[in-house]
Design a protein around this ligand. Structure first.
Ligand code: SF4
Length: 322
C-alpha cells in the first residue's frame, strides 16, 4: 500500500510564557518527533491517554496549526512548504469530524445550508446540482430528506453526527480525520455510527485517521493502530497483531484494559496496572519517556531514548525489543 499522508519527524511545541515580559519559560512538547504513514484506503487508529498529543497531531495534519519542526507529505507534496492557494486546495482533500457535532454545526443554519455551504464556496455548481448532491449525501449517511430543513438543535446526537459526516464528505475528500467521533453518543448509537463509517469507507474508498481513547472501538474499526504515549509513538502496526500481542510495555498495559465479552476468557486475562501518571509534556523524563512507570526499566532506559525499530512486522520504541 502507498502512503496518502507521511508524517516525518514532526514536532509541535507550545511555548510557556511567564512574567511581565512574557519570557518563554519552557515548552509543552505536545508532539515530539513523530514519524508515521497513513496508507491509502486504510483506517489508522490512534490511541493513548488523554493529553498524549493525539489531537495536536491531527490539528497539524489538518493545517489548523503549524508544526515546530518536521514535515507532512500529502500524496507526495510537502504540506509544510505550500503557499496559501495550494493550502486552500489541499483543505478540500482532508476533512474532519469531531466529538461534539453540535459544536461544529452552526445553530443558525438549516442542515441544507450547513451541508451545501462548502459546495457554494468551493465549486461552481447550479442550485439544482447542489440540491441533488445534498439529497444523495443525506441518503448516503442514513438520513431522510425531511431532515434538511431542520436546525441542529432539532436533531439527536446520532443524527447530528451523521450531518457532520455528510458535511465532511461533500467535497469528496481523500482523508477524513475522525477525532473521538462516537464518544458523545449512546452505546447503541455508537455501534450504528461505527457501522456507517465502515460502510462509507468501503463504498467510496476513503482513508480514515481514527482517534479515540476507547480501545474496543479502535480495535473494531482500525486496520493498523498507533499507540501514543506522551507526545510520541510507542508502537505502530497491524491492529489485529498489536491487540493480540502488544510488544511495548505501555501497549501491553493499555491493551490489557480492553473489555473481553467472553467471561471465561476475561477471567483468564490479567489486567496490567500502570503505576504513576502520564508525565508532564513540559518536563519529560530522560531516556525512554515511559521509564518511570515501566516494570522492566533498566539503566540504559533512563539514560538513552530508544527509537522506533522494526520488530515482528511492526515498529516499536523500546530497548527491550531491540
Ligand atoms: Fe520500559 Fe525500557 Fe522499554 Fe522504556 S525502553 S518501555 S523503560 S523497557
Amino acid at each position: 500500500m502507498s502512503a496518502l499522508v507521511s508524517v516525518v519527524n514532526l514536532k509541535k511545541y507550545f511555548p510557556l510564557k511567564s512574567g511581565m515580559l512574557d519570557r518563554v519559560a519552557g515548552y509543552v512538547r505536545a508532539v515530539d518527533d513523530v514519524t508515521l504513514d497513513i496508507d491509502k484506503g486504510e483506517t489508522l487508529g490512534l490511541v493513548g491517554e488523554s493529553g498524549s498529543g493525539k489531537t495536536t497531531l491531527a490539528r497539524c495534519i489538518l493545517k489548523l496549526i503549524d508544526p515546530t519542526a518536521g514535515e507532512i507529505f500529502f500524496e507526495g507534496a510537502n504540506m509544510t512548504k505550500l503557499d496559501e492557494a495550494a493550502i486552500r486546495e489541499f483543505r478540500r482533500h482532508i476533512q474532519a469530524v469531531f466529538q461534539n457535532p453540535f459544536q461544529s454545526l452552526d445553530p443558525r443554519w438549516s442542515i441544507a445550508d450547513i451541508i451545501s455551504e462548502p459546495l457554494r464556496t468551493h465549486m461552481r455548481m447550479a442550485d439544482k446540482e447542489i440540491d441533488d448532491q445534498i439529497a444523495r449525501l443525506m441518503s448516503f449517511v442514513g438520513l431522510g430528506e425531511e431532515q434538511l430543513y431542520k436546525y441542529p438543535h432539532e436533531l439527536s446526537g446520532g443524527q447530528a453526527q451523521r450531518v457532520a459526516m455528510a458535511r465532511a464528505l461533500v467535497l469528496s475528500p481523500k482523508l477524513v480525520i475522525l477525532d473521538e467521533p462516537t464518544s458523545a453518543l449512546d452505546v447503541s448509537v455508537q455501534a450504528q455510527m461505527l457501522n456507517l463509517l465502515a460502510d462509507i469507507k468501503k463504498k467510496i474508498g476513503l482513508t480514515y485517521l481514527f482517534i479515540s481513547h476507547d480501545l474496543s472501538v479502535v480495535r473494531y474499526i482500525s486496520d493498523r493502530v498507533a499507540i501514543f504515549y506522551a507526545g510520541s509513538v510507542a508502537e505502530i502496526g497491524d491492529s489485529a497483531e498489536v491487540f493480540t500481542k502488544p510488544l511495548h510495555p505501555y501497549s501491553q498495559a493499555l491493551l490489557s484494559q480492553v473489555p473481553i465479552p467472553d467471561p471465561k476468557i476475561a477471567r483468564s486475562k490479567k489486567k496490567i496496572l500502570i503505576k504513576g501518571e502520564i508525565p508532564s509534556l513540559v518536563s519529560l523524563p530522560s531516556g525512554c519517556r515511559f521509564h518511570p512507570r515501566c516494570p522492566y526499566v533498566k539503566e540504559k532506559c533512563v539514560r538513552d531514548e530508544p527509537q522506533l525499530a522494526n520488530v515482528e512486522n511492526r515498529m516499536v520504541k523500546c530497548w527491550l525489543c531491540q
